[in-house]
Design a protein around this ligand. Structure first.
Ligand SMILES: Cc1cc2nc3c(=O)[nH]c(=O)nc-3n(C[C@H](O)[C@H](O)[C@H](O)COP(=O)(O)OP(=O)(O)OC[C@H]3O[C@@H](n4cnc5c(N)ncnc54)[C@H](O)[C@@H]3O)c2cc1C
Length: 386
């Protein structure tokens, strides 16, 4: 039995290992990248010179060989043939008994004139991180577009790498997906105290590339002009759907999957950032790995003509702690009928709040502390799973 896994990120590597453990004779793991699979969140550290490529590998090469996983680096899958099932690469067509699509996501590039020019970076794969690191020079000025957790982590790391940093966020406050305005006001204060300049509620309207000296001129919608040496886009990501669409799999925002993670074709599964599953936490390593594991097991079952197990989503908290800066959040940041109940905290310069929707606990927000966070998070998770 031959199982094909497309994409060697967190979902794909887990899927390949699970398929091998479930008894597949041969597992092919196709990767569009040239490096051994790595822990993607550590790219931020790598981009600012605080981690080496070797230190962020998920496994060494012999780990794959020892599990009968044929890791095919530099081998993007171009298309799936559905009947009979086969993966099409530049080298030709390779038959498979079941396939797992784990192509991940790609960063968004807002349609702003000049944003596709030089000195504008993204940070999504190892080549991006290497390019950012190569571009940095001492005391450079970096503008980060996007005030979500990735933008904030990049800002903190850039400060550590002796850059001066400005964040531009389109919405009215930082981390809008996790925090309401009161928590975000404290976030703003803490980041500003570290020297990070922040423009919230501002849209970037134009980027001009200058040659002498090499720099960028930015124009915001209120007329503010900024000059910087380079930019980092951190404006969200969307599922990488090219392969699914060209293969006629059913897609909406992502690849639509059944609770067994089966896509719209027989013996084809999807897992991780590319899959669209109600209630799943998007863009999270643990979620991608858990989906990959189940998809790998279910692909082997499907190849044997057996039914698959059901994927159970768990609402995952977002937790980030570094250099004395800490945020913890889970569930809704706001919504219809929501009220914020601020709790006392033992920590100075900290914030704790519960989000109640019609009296039911639906979210927890903490900055600078995690007092009782796990207990409250468990209550939010159990309310969501009911
Ligand atoms: C900079 C950064 C920091 C992050 N920090 C955190 C964090 O702190 N905590 C957290 O939980 N999550 C974090 N995330 C999100 C997390 O990394 C993703 O949710 C997770 O990697 C998703 O796993 P995946 O396997 O679905 O996709 P990915 O890890 O993106 O892997 C997909 C792989 O598929 C490959 N691929 C795509 N198309 C093809 C094709 N046709 N053929 C072959 N290969 C293909 C891609 O090149 C890629 O290597 C971060 C993400 C980034 C980019």
């Amino acid at each position: 039995m031959r199982i094909a896994v497309i994409g060697a990120g967190h979902a794909g590597v887990e899927a390949a290992a699970a398929a091998a453990a479930a008894g597949a004779d041969e597992v092919s793991l196709y990767s569009a990248e040239s490096s051994l699979p790595y822990f993607r969140p550590r790219l931020v550290a790598m981009g600012f010179g605080q981690a080496s490529p070797d230190s962020i590998r998920l496994h060494q090469a012999d780990w794959y060989a020892g599990r009968r996983i044929a890791l095919r680096l530099n081998t993007p899958a171009r298309r799936l043939k559905l009947e009979p099932l086969a993966v099409v690469t530049d080298a030709g067509e390779e038959p498979a008994d079941a396939v797992i699509v784990a192509c991940g996501a790609t960063p968004m590039r807002p349609p702003v004139p000049g944003l596709d020019g030089p000195r504008v970076h993204v940070l999504w794969n190892m080549a991006d991180a290497a390019a950012l690191h190569a571009a940095l020079h001492p005391d450079g000025h970096l503008v980060i577009l996007g005030g979500g957790i990735l933008g904030i982590e990049a800002a903190l790391r850039a400060i550590e790498a002796h850059q001066s940093v400005t964040i531009v966020e389109r919405l009215d406050h930082l981390m809008p997906a996790q925090f309401g305005p009161r928590a975000a006001a404290l976030l703003l204060e803490q980041l500003t105290a570290r020297g990070i300049r922040i423009h919230t509620g501002r849209t970037l309207t134009r980027v001009e590339s200058r040659t002498d000296p090499k720099s960028l001129g930015l124009l915001l919608d209120d007329g503010t002009q900024l000059a910087c040496d380079y930019m980092l886009l951190s404006a969200g990501a969307r599922p990488a759907l090219d392969l699914a669409q060209v293969s006629a799999l059913h897609t909406r925002r992502g690849i639509v999957v059944a609770p067994t993670l089966q896509a719209s074709a027989a013996r084809v599964f999807a897992a991780g950032d590319v899959a669209e599953l109600p209630f799943a936490t998007r863009c999270a390593v643990r979620e991608a790995a858990a989906q990959g594991h189940l998809a790998g097991t279910n692909a082997v079952a499907a190849a044997r003509g057996q039914p698959g197990a059901i994927y159970k989503t768990v609402l995952l908290p977002l937790t980030y702690k570094a250099q004395g800066f800490e945020v913890n959040a889970v569930g809704l940041a706001d919504g219809p009928g929501c009220e914020t109940q601020v709790l006392e905290t033992r920590q100075a310069n900290a914030f704790r709040a519960l989000i109640l929707q019609n009296g039911v606990l639906v979210g927890v927000q903490m900055i600078g502390t995690r007092e009782e966070f796990d207990d409250y998070a468990a209550k939010v998770q159990s309310a969501q799973s009911r």
